[in-house]
Design a protein around this ligand. Structure first.
Ligand code: ADP
Length: 467
């Protein structure tokens, strides 16, 4: 159900509740007004009944006669405000107030001499009257019935005023509330709908160049900014995927061309030495392709967000393993390993960390001469494990340093190929370091070797979470 429909329902409920409260207020007001009139009527009836009893004296003739003639009753009946009738038991009017217009009160008809009878009637002119019949008894004998009545005009006017006030006040209040909520909700809904529409458009068309306006401050501003950031991230991810695809095709084309050319050559009648050379070159290109595909798979796994293990491990042990492996490939180069005797504990993925150090050491070996040395170091600094791979080889020209960790970025493409590089080694290093909550940096200058530094949070700093 949309927010607007929900709001409409809420307002309908509010109107209903308001009507109910209004009806209750008006009803209790009517009751209070009636009670006031009834009290006045009861008092007046009691007073007239008292006079009737006084008027009737045994021995002064019949009851009707006594009432008709009693002069004291004339004063009672002359008092304004409440209409009075004194009725005989057969319903005939014995006496009536002087201001009682003929026909205002129903004459004769049903009377209940044994009990008090209270009701509201509508007079022929449309005026509402409250009527009270009170029987007058003396020594258990019914003498007459006193009927008192009062106009409800005043009460009706007060009640109508109150109802008008409730309807106008409540209606205006409700209207203000509805307008205010719609304005407020509109303020939220319009930008929200814009975000939803844009998201739907992105999903339907794949167009990641759209953005939504970002109002200042507030939740909607934050939502819009986050949405734009998300789209921007999506755009850059897509762009880097496309770039990767283009780079990968390009990288694969070279070895494939070499392999196909060499296969063509092998069909020819070559001497044994040339044939060996061609086979060797083909093999080397095939190896490079395998490494490239393996590195790509590794990167795809990292990009796919495959969870990194976070087992508690001693980096010193991983460092030793990496150094031992590098020594088997180092030729005449010395691989030194400097690490503290105490364990350096981090939460990490042993295989990936080994892969990271292997890539750095392989690069060191590839870019150094036989007599050079490569030093692998491990230390603890300010809550971090600091890994360094330093070599005394050819170094990297300063202008290449900012892009050295990019995929397929190489200082000398031809030489990298010659050395069997894929151009992905350092990109993988960066990925693994960052996946452990760490970072990698390089310092180097042409002819002065290179130092790669990886910083990883120590176990107590990483708080047990590695993603
Ligand atoms: P590659 O497979 O070409 O080695 P990398 O991503 O591992 O790809 O390295 C990128 C480039 O960085 C290399 O081509 C090389 O030019 C340069 N490089 C990396 N490590 C070193 C190093 N220790 N000394 C000199 N240059 C290096």
């Amino acid at each position: 159900m949309s927010v607007r429909t929900r709001l409409g329902l809420l307002h309908a409920l509010l109107v209903l509740a308001l009507c109910l409260v209004g009806a209750l207020v008006s009803d209790s007001m009517e009751r209070a007004l009636l009670a006031e009139v009834d009290d006045a009527l009861a008092a007046r009836a009691a007073s007239v009944a008292g006079d009737v009893r006084v008027a009737f004296r045994p021995g002064r003739g019949g009851v009707a006669e006594a009432i008709r003639l009693d002069p004291a009753l004339a004063d009672e009946l002359a008092m304004p405000g409440v209409y009075v009738q004194i009725l005989a038991l057969d319903g005939s009017v014995l006496r009536a107030s002087s201001d009682l217009v003929a026909g205002l009160l129903p004459a004769g008809g049903a009377i209940a001499p044994a009990r008090t009878w209270q009701r509201t009637i509508t007079a022929p002119g449309g005026e509402r009257l409250r009527v009270l019949d009170v029987p007058v008894q003396e020594n258990g004998t019914s003498l007459a019935v006193v009927r008192v009545a009062s106009s409800l005009h005043q009460a009706d006017v007060a009640l109508r005023d109150l109802q008008r006030l409730l309807i106008i006040g409540g209606g205006l209040g409700l209207l203000a509330l509805v307008l205010a909520t719609w304005a407020l909700v509109g303020q939220f809904l319009v930008p929200l709908e814009r975000v939803v529409n844009t998201a739907e458009r992105v999903a339907a068309t794949g167009d990641v160049n759209v953005r939504v306006p970002t109002p200042d401050g507030g939740e909607i501003g934050r939502l819009s900014r986050s949405f734009n950031r998300m789209i921007e991230r999506l755009r850059s991810l897509l762009a880097s995927q496309q770039q990767l695809l283009a780079d990968t095709s390009h990288e694969l084309r070279n070895p494939l061309t070499v392999i196909r050319t060499n296969l063509g050559l092998l069909r020819r009648d070559l001497d044994a030495e040339t044939r060996f050379e061609v086979v060797d070159e083909t093999e080397a290109e095939a190896d490079r392709m395998s490494r490239l595909v393996a590195d790509l798979l590794l990167l795809a796994r990292e990009d796919g967000g495959e969870a990194v293990e976070h087992e508690r491990l001693d980096l010193g042990v991983v460092v030793e393993q990496a150094a031992a492996r590098a020594r088997t490939l180092a030729g005449g180069r010395e691989i030194r390993c400097e690490r503290p005797t105490e364990p350096v504990l981090i939460l990490g993925d042993r295989d990936r960390l080994l892969q990271m150090l292997t890539n750095l050491l392989d690069n060191g070996i590839r870019h150094t001469a036989e007599r050079d040395e490569i030093a692998l170091g491990l230390a603890q600094q300010a809550g971090e494990a600091v890994l360094t791979v330093r070599d005394t080889g050819e170094g990297i020209p300063a202008e290449h340093l900012p892009r050295i960790f990019d995929r397929f970025y190489r200082v000398d493409k031809a030489r990298s190929r010659e050395l069997g590089g894929t151009g992905l080694g350092l990109a993988i290093v960066k990925h693994i370091a960052e996946a452990h909550g760490g970072s990698v940096s390089v310092t180097s200058a042409l002819g002065q070797g290179a130092t790669f530094t990886v910083r990883l949070p120590l176990e107590e700093r990483s708080g047990g979470v590695v993603n």
